[in-house]
Ligand binder design. Structure first.
Ligand code: UD1
Ligand code: CA
Length: 463
């Protein structure tokens, strides 16, 4: 990135856009101890969605405005976008006041300044680009408008002819203004060279006594500057204030993600029952049966099939693998090509190599299962001794009999065979047979006598 000096002696980056993300609200209506912008949809925080959108829209510098004592929000901002500058709005005195908390960033004169709310996660980068374009076309202020099904609560866009003259907050609106159906989505773009001058002229003469960002429109017009409206659909500007709105927004995002997956060639029998994360990655010709949940960090390679009621989280599914029904892949589960993971099988932090099969009722954690091995029904790895986790290593082509318990740390050599029901506490060399169970005893004709004894005992009790 090249830096150039401006007249004022400030530095400026290429084709610059500064994004100011407002996240200082208290979010009281969420009824949560978590800050609002850290709530998640599609497996990532609202703040991360917004930060990704501004980055994709080409904004290289980002300022996040947080409330006092919002260390967790600042940390999430830094994690998502290490170069983001964090500003604290110590008193909550309105949206324009919040933007001015980032005054130093605005003073660094970028071409355009995008102001975006941290609780509006579905905005598309293309829409942000359209707003930046309005500034490039000569507007000093661009407003994102939309026509909501239910306008109550939103600021109304007051037009004269085709020109936007003001935004009226609902509390301050006349009945005629309240009847306007074109509303303020909350997002605004400013030309960098006039942004501060406009923002600093905004007063707090309104019912709430707050500094409204929306007054930027009337202020810019009073300064003889050009104002433009960019219109978009309601889904993009859904703001989240309550848990119900969080769920509604999640539903919209899920529809987007499912559609994108199907457009990329994924087959979904009942897409409305499949839950994806924003970062779920699919290869070609993947099939997903109904009722599957993808947590964050999942990759599914070509031709894999995920059967019903499976739950995957930070896992990798190799080419042609078959997972489920009722499988659980926990963080660090890595399945190679053509692996089969069947019903009621849980895999955690383990490498399951190509062609290995774990078909029924098994647990594998902190382990390697070699290529072509078979891990029997009900067999488990005992990786945790109550204090520490230990590893299990199983070689290629091994056979682990049903209901075996492999007590880690332990290793089973290539081609070895562990007998059904064994408790394995010592390493098994390659190609060996290990049996670790008590020998069976058979007593001829004892069944009838045993029954006699038992029923005699019962009668005694009854008498
Ligand atoms: C705002 C707009 C309204 C628009 C609506 C769209 C204003 C005055 N009103 O109303 O026209 O239709 O969004 O959703 O801008 N915030 C701070 N510090 C503050 C106040 C707010 O950081 O002092 C942040 C909040 O965390 C939130 C955002 O600014 O992310 C918007 O604030 P909020 O109070 O939700 O505004 P609305 O009443 O929804
Ligand atoms: Ca809001």
């Amino acid at each position: 990135m090249s830096l150039k000096r401006t007249v004022s002696g400030q530095t400026e980056t290429d084709g610059t856009c500064l994004a100011i993300v407002l996240a200082a609200g208290e979010g009281t209506r969420m009824r949560s101890t978590e800050p609002k912008v850290l709530h998640q949809i599609g497996g990532r925080s609202l703040l991360l969605h917004v930060l990704n959108a501004v980055r994709e829209a080409g904004c290289k510098s980002t300022a996040v405005v947080v409330g006092p004592a919002a260390d967790s929000v600042a940390a999430e901002a830094k994690r998502a976008s290490p170069t983001a500058a964090v500003y604290v709005q110590t008193e909550r005195r309105g949206t324009a006041h919040a933007v001015l908390a980032a005054r130093n960033a605005i003073a660094r004169a970028s071409n355009d300044v995008l102001v975006i709310f941290g609780d509006t996660p579905l905005v598309r980068p293309q829409t942000l680009t359209r707003m930046r374009q309005a500034i490039a076309d000569g507007a000093a202020v661009a407003v994102l408008g939309f026509r909501p099904a239910e306008p109550a609560g939103y600021g109304r866009l007051v037009l004269e002819g085709r020109e936007l003259v003001a935004i009226r907050e609902e509390l301050d609106a006349t009945p005629a203004e309240r009847a306007i159906d074109l509303c303020n989505g909350g997002l605004m773009a400013f030309a960098g060279n006039t942004a501060l001058a406009i923002l600093e002229r905004i007063g707090s003469d309104n019912r709430k006594g707050e500094f409204y960002l929306t007054d930027a429109v009337a202020t810019a017009r009073a300064m003889k500057l050009k104002v433009m409206v960019v219109e978009t659909e309601e889904d993009e500007v859904r703001g989240i204030n309550t848990k119900a709105q969080l769920a509604e927004t999640e539903a919209v995002l899920q529809q987007r993600l499912r559609k994108a997956a199907m457009e990329a060639g994924v087959t979904m029998v009942a897409p409305e029952t499949v839950f994806l994360s924003a970062d779920t990655k699919f290869g070609q010709d993947v099939t997903i049966e109904p009722f599957v949940v993808f947590g964050p960090g999942v990759t599914v390679e070509d031709k894999a099939v995920i059967r019903s009621f499976s739950h995957l989280d930070r896992a990798h599914v190799g080419k042609g693998a078959l997972v489920g029904p009722y499988a659980r892949l926990r963080p660090g589960a890595h399945l190679g090509e053509d692996v089969h993971i069947g019903n009621f099988v849980e895999i955690k932090e383990s490498m399951i190599e190509a062609g290995a099969k774990v078909n029924h009722l098994a647990y594998i954690g902190d382990a390697r299962l070699g290529a072509g091995s078979n891990f029997g029904a009900g067999a488990i790895v005992c990786n945790y001794d109550g204090v520490a986790k230990h590893r299990t290593d199983i070689g290629k082509g091994a056979f682990i009999g049903s209901n075996a318990a492999l007590v880690a740390p332990v290793s089973i050599g290539d081609g070895a065979y562990v007998a059904t029901g064994s408790v394995i506490t010592q390493d098994v060399p390659p190609d060996a047979l290990a049996i670790g169970r008590s020998r069976q005893v058979v007593k001829e004709n004892r069944a009838a006598r045993l029954r006699q004894m038992k029923s005699a005992g019962k009668k005694k009790v009854a008498e």
